[in-house]
Design a protein around this ligand. Structure first.
Ligand code: GLU
Length: 413
C-alpha cells in the first residue's frame, strides 16, 4: 500500500516538473529543514515507566515560522510526519499566510491512556521540544487525537521554562487562556465555504445537495453542522465503527447526541447501518473524507459516485485513487486548500496572542471566508494557466510562492 509519504513526494515531483522548478529547489524542498526525534520516559498509572517516541519536523521556515499540528497515534512514524510537514508548507502558502510548514507526532495510543498519563506524556514531549518551538520559530496546533487541553499543557510547560506566559507558542488553545473564537470549528467551517464555491462553479444548488462525510471528529462534526445550515442534505456519515445512511438526510443535533451518548454514529435512531467501505459508494454531490490519510484507494475511487470531493483530511487520496477520480471528471478540491481553514484561524489566533487583543467571532469568520474564497479563485486560475487539475493547481501556486521566497532570500552564506 502506498504511504502518505510516497503520495506527497510523488505529488511534489509532478508539480516540480509542471512548474519547471530549478533542480536545486527540487532537492531543497524534498527534504525538511530540520527533524527532531525524541525518546522519553513517562510514568504510567500502574507505577511502570514507558518509553515513547516523538517527532517534530520543520519542513520550511522560508515564508515565516514553521506551523503545523501534533498528532497522537499508534501509527505515527518519521516518514509520515515528514510528508505532513511538507503539506503544511504548501497549505500555508496556498492561503498566503506568513508561515512555513511543520508537523509533529507521538507514537502512542491515546484511547488506552488516562488523562494523567496523557498530561505527563504531553508535558515531557513539550519539554523535549522546547528549544525548537516558539512563537517566532515553530508553532504547534491540534491534529489527529490532540485537542485544546493538550495545547494548554504544551503552552504551560513551555511558559514554565521561560518564566513567563507565552500564549503565542501554540494555537488551538482554550478560549480562556488566549485561544481564538472560531478556531475549534474552523477546519470544518472552512471546508464548507470551499464546498459552496465548488457547487457555485458547477452550478449545483446547495439546497438539498447530498453530502457524505467519512469521519465524525473535530473536523467532521462542524462540517456536518455548517453543511446542514447551508441546506445540504447529509445522507451518510461514518466513524471508526461504521456508517449510517439515510437518503432523506441525517440530523446534525441527533448525530451529535448519538455520538456523545453511545460512542458512535452507527447507533443513530433512524438510518441504515452500513459498512465503512460502503460509505464510499453512496451517491452524492459532494464526498468529504474527514478522517485519516489514504482513505480513497483505487478500488474505492472506482466505486465512488460524486461530483465533488473536498479533502478535509490530510492526504486522504492515494495517487491511484486520484487518477481514477480525475478520469471520472470528479472535481477534487485538495487538502491544502479544502482544510486550510484550520491553519488560517490558527494564524488569527497567533496574531491575537501576540497582540493580546481579541477579535469577535464575526470578524474571525468573515476574514476566514475572504481568505478561503480568494485562495479558491487563485487555485482555479493557476490550474487554468497550467492546464491541470486543482491539486496540481494548488501545489503549483504554493510551490511557486515558496520558491520565490528562496530565490529572493538566497542561500546563506
Ligand atoms: N492540524 C491542522 C492542519 O493539518 C492545523 C494546523 C495548524 O493550525 O497549525 O492543517
Amino acid at each position: 500500500m502506498t504511504s502518505v509519504y510516497e503520495t506527497v513526494l510523488e505529488q511534489f515531483r509532478e508539480v516540480a516538473e509542471l512548474v519547471q522548478l530549478e533542480e536545486y529547489l527540487r532537492k531543497r524542498f524534498e527534504k525538511p529543514e530540520r527533524e527532531i526525534i525524541v525518546n522519553f520516559p513517562v510514568k504510567m498509572d500502574d507505577g511502570s515507566v514507558e518509553i515513547f517516541t516523538g517527532y517534530r519536523v520543520q519542513h520550511s521556515t522560508l515564508r515565516g515560522p514553521a506551523k503545523g499540528g501534533i498528532r497522537y497515534h499508534p501509527s505515527v512514524n518519521l516518514e509520515e510526519v515528514e510528508a505532513l510537514a511538507m503539506l503544511m508548507t504548501w497549505k500555508t502558502a496556498v492561503v498566503n499566510l506568513p508561515y512555513g510548514g511543520a508537523k509533529g507526532g507521538v507514537r502512542c495510543d491515546p484511547k488506552e491512556m488516562s488523562r494523567g498519563e496523557l498530561e505527563r506524556l504531553t508535558r515531557r514531549y513539550a519539554y523535549e521540544l522546547s528549544q525548537v518551538i516558539g512563537p517566532e520559530k515553530d508553532i504547534p496546533a491540534p491534529d489527529v487525537n490532540t485537542n485544546e487541553q493538550i495545547m494548554a499543557w504544551i503552552m504551560d510547560t513551555y511558559s514554565m521554562g521561560k518564566g513567563y506566559t507565552v500564549p503565542g507558542v501554540v494555537t488551538g488553545k482554550p478560549l480562556s487562556i488566549g485561544g481564538s473564537r472560531g478556531r475549534r470549528e474552523a477546519t470544518g467551517r472552512g471546508c464548507v465555504y470551499i464546498m459552496m464555491e465548488a457547487f457555485k462553479e458547477l452550478g449545483i444548488n446547495p439546497r438539498n445537495a447530498r453530502v457524505v462525510v467519512q469521519g465524525f471528529g473535530k473536523v467532521g462534526r462542524p462540517l456536518v453542522k455548517y453543511a446542514s445550515l447551508k441546506g445540504c442534505k447529509v445522507v451518510a456519515v461514518s466513524d471508526s465503527k461504521g456508517g449510517i445512511y439515510n437518503p432523506e438526510g441525517l440530523n446534525f443535533e441527533k448525530l451529535q447526541k448519538t455520538k456523545i451518548e453511545k460512542g458512535s454514529v452507527i447507533y443513530y435512531p433512524d438510518g441504515k447501518v452500513i459498512q465503512h467501505d460502503e460509505v464510499f459508494e453512496v451517491e452524492c454531490e459532494c464526498f468529504v473524507p474527514a478522517a485519516l490519510g489514504n482513505a480513497i484507494t483505487e478500488k474505492r475511487a472506482e466505486e465512488m459516485r460524486c461530483r465533488v470531493i473536498c479533502e478535509a483530511a490530510n492526504g486522504p487520496t492515494t495517487p491511484e485513487g486520484d487518477r481514477v477520480l480525475n478520469e471520472k471528471d470528479v472535481l477534487i478540491i485538495p487538502d491544502i486548500l479544502a482544510n486550510a481553514g484550520g491553519v488560517t484561524v490558527s494564524y488569527f489566533e497567533w496574531v491575537q496572542s501576540i497582540q493580546e487583543y481579541f477579535w469577535s467571532e464575526e470578524e474571525v469568520v468573515s476574514k476566514l471566508r475572504e481568505i478561503l474564497v480568494d485562495a479558491y479563485r487563485e487555485v482555479a486560475e493557476t490550474a487554468r494557466k497550467y492546464e491541470t487539475n486543482r491539486r496540481m493547481g494548488a501545489l503549483a501556486l504554493a510551490v511557486n510562492r515558496t520558491a520565490e521566497a528562496l530565490r529572493l532570500r538566497g542561500i546563506y552564506p
